[in-house]
Each structure stands twice: as structure tokens, then as C-alpha cells.
Design a protein around this ligand. Sequence first.
Ligand code: PLP
Length: 295
Amino acid sequence: MDINTNAIAVDNLSIPLFIEKGIEVSVLRLDKIHPLISGNKWFKLRYYLEDAKEQNKKTIVTFGGAWSNHILATAASCKLSGLNSIGIIRGEESSNLSPALLQAKAEGMQFFFISREDYHFKTIPAELNNDENYFINEGGYGRNGAAGAATILDYCKKEAYDKICCACGTGTMIAGLINSATPHQEIIGISVLKNNHELDKKIRTLLNTDTASFQLIHDYHFGGYAKYKPELIDFMNKFYQQTAIPSDFVYTGKLFFSIHQLAKDNFFMPGSKLLLIHSGGLTGNYSLKNGMLIF
Ligand SMILES: *Cc1c(COP(=O)(O)O)cnc(C)c1O
């Protein structure tokens, strides 16, 4: 199945709290473009894959954990683009692969499992270290990734919003959003990692100007990357009942939860117009116990 950017919609939320607070909140549904190439991952990959093809590379090599959306998205995107894909995976190979790795394998990806220490230093196995391979950083972090993410706002009337909010992992997506926003807009990033002290610096490295206005919020990681509490799952279910929008517990659930909480705390001025980026990630919910989510 090909990428379908025509499916990208803007949903206007009519949650009572937002109406009461006098703010307009819309969601840009990047989750709709493909079932496996999750939302922002295709945007971050698109220019890397073009670049690899221009350089006549046959194989993409990238890094990720066993539950990585980036690994799965890379596998599926490479298949669509006629490229081979190799994933360098953190940690020992376990006898049963995670759902993400199983799906990536079905999309033709080959794996190299390396120790957590080697992974920390992004050590490339010797047999992969050659000119035929095109390397992409973990999470697609880098200039091409940000340039791809900068095209996200082409899929809505971006001038209509004064705040654009997204979840942040590596910061690549938000860097692209900041680079493509108009000067009157503020970009708000919700970090999904705990103690993500490097995030601000990593984002700034990818910006076109050093005067960009953005704000990072570090209070909604729920214990850290891919950690959650019953409160988050309850919220995601309730949010789905109110909006018919499914979210994932690693990224977009934390984004929607935080915006709801910030609105409750009067963080947004009445009259504010918010655009929330639904960056996909729904396949990540496979790691939850069956029945926890109602969607
Ligand atoms: C990877 C991912 C992110 C984080 O994007 P970064 O560019 O790494 O900050 C956000 N949302 C979803 C659903 C993701 O899969």
C-alpha cells in the first residue's frame, strides 16, 4: 500500500473543556497516511530516501530499539521505494520478536542485534561499514529529517493557527515545524522522555535561524519513554470517546493529555487557536495488554 497524503484531515475538537476555556483546538491527522509508516516517520524519511536513490545506494541502514516506530517505518518505506533495509537493533535478540520487529521483518528488513553498550555508541557492525549502504540516524534525526518534517504544515492552512503543538523524541519533527512556521506562531513541544536535557540543543542544531520561538514542556513523560500510568490510558480512552481520535501511549496520548491539562490550568489565552500534530505511532499500542484501550 502506498503513502496516501490525501487522507490527511484536520479534525476540530469539540471537547467541553476547550469550549469553556474559549480555545479552538484542531488535530492534523498524519496517522491516516499509512497503517505501518506512522505519521511523522514518513515525513522524516522522505528526503533521506530520495538522497539515497540519487547516490545510487541500494540499502538503508538505521538504528532503533525493539519497539521502534522508526524501524518499522523505515522497513515499510524502503520496500515501497525499492530499497533494501537493515535495522541495527539495541540489545540481544530475543526468541520472540516484538510486534514491530515482526512487521519490519515481513517488510523485508534484516536485523543486526548489538549490545546496549555498542548501541549507546552507535557502533556499526564491521560487515555493514561500506559505501553501498546509506546510513540514517536513530529516529531520523538530522537535517534531511527536519527538512521532510518541514513539509508537514503544507497539508493544512497553517496561517490559521497561533500555536502548533507536537510530541518530541529526537526533536527532528519539531525542528522542521519551527523552520516552516510563520513568525507569529509559537511551537510547543511535549517531551516524552524523562530528563531529556539535550533536547533543546538537539533542536537548535537543526534550525535555520536562532531567533525561532518555541517552548519545550518536560512535565508529561509519565515516568519516561514508553512508560505510562493508568491515568494516561483512561485519558486516551475518554479522548477517543469524545473525539473518535485514537492515540498511542508513547507519543500522541501524552501530547493530547498535556494539552488538555494545560488548558485546564489556563495556560492558553482565550481565543487561542491550536493545531495539534497527530504524528501517528498507533502500532506502538500492540505492546499493551489486550483490552486496555477501547479502540
Ligand atoms: C517518532 C515519533 C515522534 C517523535 O518525533 P521526533 O522527530 O523524534 O521528535 C512523535 N510521535 C510519534 C507518533 C512518533 O512515532
